[in-house]
Design a protein around this ligand. Structure first.
Ligand code: GLU
Length: 276
């Protein structure tokens, strides 16, 4: 039996390489022609992209991604979810590790040097999350004498450093959920990112009554679906899927289902601006 193992592996490798050739050389997991599609999402953002303890995935970004995949010809069971931390999104796309990214991913000119976007499909605003009993932070400038947590590679961290509160003691971590323990035990005084994300954390059962949003609109964050630069065909297909999702009522349904529990007041669906 053991002797056959190597032969079997060689045969499997041959089959794989033949399959890759048959697919036109596009052998990446997220590529066309296969039965699976790999999509990048967040795993730790309740309401947007969350891996639940039973191993399933939930959130508005998950619903948008699932709808778009369906329009591209993939059933929900054919989706492989790939965790995409803020700082890694451009690389995951450029390397072909994912077909596209739906991960609270703001469209910016800087990012458009490396990737293209479809959308936008959602509009959020940068805000602050503070401890429920802390009334010392009501505007961005108050952060200049405070310890602030944000995430590497996010627009939120960049905005704080460049304009909102350049003197803030900024601790940048890998993912927003890492900031919450720090906020609770007073290692930091505030967490800054999109209000859509903060509302999800504040509403979590284990956080109830502990935190509050400042209620500021420190920026406009237009969420786009990130894809490989130059893939205009995929960009148009995703834009068409997003337009359909809005017009057939699925967008509103997904908003209500995912943000309703957090009592988050969302903006209306934004107009598609990319690729036209
Ligand atoms: N929307 C912002 C961004 O794309 C913050 C949220 C995030 O880091 O995913 O940078």
């Amino acid at each position: 039996m053991k002797l056959h193992k190597a032969t079997a592996a060689a045969a499997a490798a041959l089959v794989l390489s033949l399959t890759a050739t048959a697919c036109g050389g596009d052998s990446d997991e997220g590529g066309d022609g296969g039965d699976k599609i790999t999509i990048g999402i967040k795993f730790d953002q309740p309401g947007l992209g969350l891996k639940t303890p039973d191993g399933s995935f939930a959130g508005f970004d998950v619903d948008v991604a699932t709808y778009v995949a369906k329009e591209l010809g993939y059933d929900a069971k054919d989706i492989v979810w790939k965790e995409s931390p803020s700082a890694e999104r451009e690389n995951l796309i450029s390397n072909g590790d994912v077909k596209f990214v739906v991960a609270s991913y703001s469209i910016t000119d800087e990012r458009k040097q490396k990737v293209d976007f479809a959308g936008p499909y959602f509009l959020a605003h940068q805000d602050l999350l503070v401890r429920a009993d802390d009334n010392s932070i009501t505007k961005a400038e108050d952060l200049n004498s405070k310890k602030l947590c944000s995430v590497t590679g996010s627009t939120s961290a960049q905005n704080v450093k460049e304009k909102l509160a350049p003197k803030a003691d900024l601790q940048a971590v890998g993912g927003y959920s890492e900031c919450l323990t720090g906020l609770e035990n007073k290692a930091v005084d505030a967490l800054t990112t999109d209000n859509s994300i903060l509302a999800g954390y504040a509403a979590q059962k284990e956080h109830q009554g502990k935190f509050k949003l400042a209620g500021l609109k420190l920026s406009d964050e237009n969420y786009g679906i990130g894809l490989k630069k130059g893939d205009t065909e995929l960009q148009s297909k995703i834009n068409a899927a997003l337009t359909k999702m809005e017009s057939d009522g699925s967008w509103q349904k997904a908003v209500t289902a995912n943000f309703g529990p957090a009592n988050y007041k969302n903006e209306p669906a934004p107009k598609i601006t990319e690729g036209s």
